[in-house]
Design a protein around this ligand. Structure first.
Ligand SMILES: Nc1ncnc2c1ncn2[C@@H]1O[C@H](COP(=O)(O)OP(=O)(O)OP(=O)(O)O)[C@@H](O)[C@H]1O
Length: 344
């Protein structure tokens, strides 16, 4: 796991630097992409609102080809970071690049290759979903009007709204509105999708559909950066994760690396947790804890069978014994001191 440094004064220059590299990341690029190829990279990106630091010296490194879960509780700075990345607000300090190009200098070249869902586009309530997309497309000078109808219907089809294409927007459910917003990002081919809480407010079916769509888009080659407060979303969808807490990026790593680095913990079900804990400590297990009818500890190099034998030898009745790596939730809680919503 890459823990991002606590210190580091942010550069006062808002100008993009050609040589900037993410300062603290061991994140590997996705398959099929050359080493060091980042779809999003930021260096000490910082945003202050008056005296409040909403984004604090963030070094993001999103590998090309990844689905990067930008995870954090409400108010941790995800949306502000995404707005900074898209050039919707100016950083107080720091620099960033999208698709290898410095922002905001290369915005006109880069942003057409980036699909973004943040705040949602303004849709007209009395127009149908299709008419709304046609209107948006007509406002895009880079879009070819001759192919508009085909592209709009393809985008509607991809988000499962083709059958509701003629319905007025105001009659759409929240889930349908969200999917229409996603469709709007898909009117042109995109190499990078930046999605702020794309499943927020969706019912379970809508959530499944949007997640399947994101997986499909990634399989077709798009890099996806999605913000979420749902750990389960990261576990189901993402190849990489960055964890935000109070405006800081406190961890950033491939998910597989996080899982592999999780140290196994022994869990003893017993009606004598205090006695069991003593045995665990005596054997050299660390971080030993007792619960109502259980004791747990980090195994380290101690063999599980040795633990069971010693418990039995000391007369501690063992009702159950398991060895498991901590859930990701435990890891993140240890980083942020806060729980994550694991529903959905
Ligand atoms: N325009 C603004 N003016 C003042 N403070 C702001 C502004 N935008 C965001 N903030 C503050 O910055 C902090 C980070 O907010 P942000 O919306 O980026 O968090 P978030 O992780 O996206 O949370 P959420 O999921 O609730 O949107 C919050 O404390 C918020 O109140």
């Amino acid at each position: 796991m890459t823990a991002v440094s606590e210190s580091g004064a942010a550069s006062e220059s808002g100008a993009a630097s050609e040589s900037s590299q993410p300062a603290a990341s061991q994140t590997a690029p996705g398959p099929g992409h050359p080493a060091g190829s980042w779809a999003v990279e930021s260096t000490r990106l910082t945003k202050r609102f008056h005296r409040q630091v909403a984004v604090d010296s963030v070094d993001l490194a999103v590998p090309c080809g990844s689905i990067y879960g930008f995870l954090g509780p409400n108010g941790s700075g995800k949306t502000t970071t995404i707005r900074l990345l898209l050039g919707l607000i100016r950083p107080t300090a720091g620099t960033h690049r999208l698709l290898g190009q410095p922002m905001p200098a290369a915005a006109a070249r880069v942003l057409p290759r980036v699909g973004a869902l943040v705040d949602g586009p303004a849709f007209h309530p009395y127009l149908s979903g299709r008419a709304n997309l046609l209107r948006l497309d007509a406002g895009d000078r880079a879009a070819d009007p001759r192919t508009a109808h085909r592209r709009v219907d393809e985008a509607l089809d991809r988000v499962g709204l083709l059958t509701a294409a003629t319905k007025r927007y105001r009659a759409y459910s929240l889930g349908m509105r969200q999917r229409l917003a996603l469709a709007a990002t898909l009117l042109a081919p995109r190499e990078l999708l930046i999605l702020d809480e794309p499943t927020n407010g969706l019912d379970p079916q809508g959530t499944r559909e949007v997640r399947a769509l994101i997986k499909r888009l990634a399989a077709e080659g798009a890099t996806v950066l999605l913000s979420t407060h749902l750990l389960s979303e990261v576990e189901q969808l993402c190849t990489h994760v960055g964890v935000m807490h109070l405006g800081r990026l406190v961890a950033q790593a491939p998910l597989a690396e996080l899982r592999a680095g999780a140290v196994p913990r022994a869990h003893v079900d017993t009606d004598r947790p205090a006695a069991a804990a003593e045995v665990l400590r005596g054997l050299g297990l660390t971080d030993v804890r007792t619960h109502d009818a259980a004791a747990t500890g980090v195994l380290g190099s101690v063999a599980p069978e040795k633990v069971v034998a010693e418990l039995v030898h000391r007369g501690v009745a063992v009702r159950g014994f398991t060895v498991a790596a901590p859930e990701l939730e435990e890891l993140f809680v240890s980083l942020t001191g806060e729980g994550f919503d694991v529903s959905g």
